[in-house]
Ligand binder design. Sequence first.
Ligand SMILES: [Fe+2]
Length: 203
Amino acid sequence: MPLAGRLPFVLPDLAWADNALEPFISARTIRLHHGKHHRGYVEAANRLAVQAGLAQHPADDIWRQAAADPALSVLANAAGQAWNHALFWNSLSPEPEPPAPALARRIARDFGGLRELQAAFILAASAQFGSGWVWLVERGGTLAVERTANADAPELRGIRCLLTIDVWEHAYYLDYENRRGDFVEAVFTRLLNWRFAESRLDA
Ligand SMILES: [Fe+2]
């Protein structure tokens, strides 16, 4: 059934080429992850939003409303995955620069330094049983690392998410097989977009 009018959930274009993150994330993984997985979540969220009579609302409102209603859990999961993946793509840069001084000072204050923050990310990724996400968040003026399962995100609880790494197997299995920690270390040290984190802090 063709869906008339504008749909609330949109698959964002990537800011870089499919192969721009190689050798840390392959073009094949990006094409599958963005073109199949993320696209599938966006399409499911739109279909379910139409079925629920919510398609006239903004995507973020649909996500929050569905997450608060157990009867809309399937929509909440699709909408959450649409949002989480958009944040993930923004969290990656083929030419990352280190955190600017203001953010570097906050990382030093709240973690001890970038190395300690990296260790916290890898620890959270390995502690996350099954599928999920690891996040750098700002909570009450303090930076923290959080992890969530499946499609959940701290943003739903009013906690500002600055960066995320997807630790679903589809994010890394083609390139790293079962070595989730190696994937997270590579993304953290070679691809994280600190400019984006700073823009989220300033927003
Ligand atoms: Fe993913």
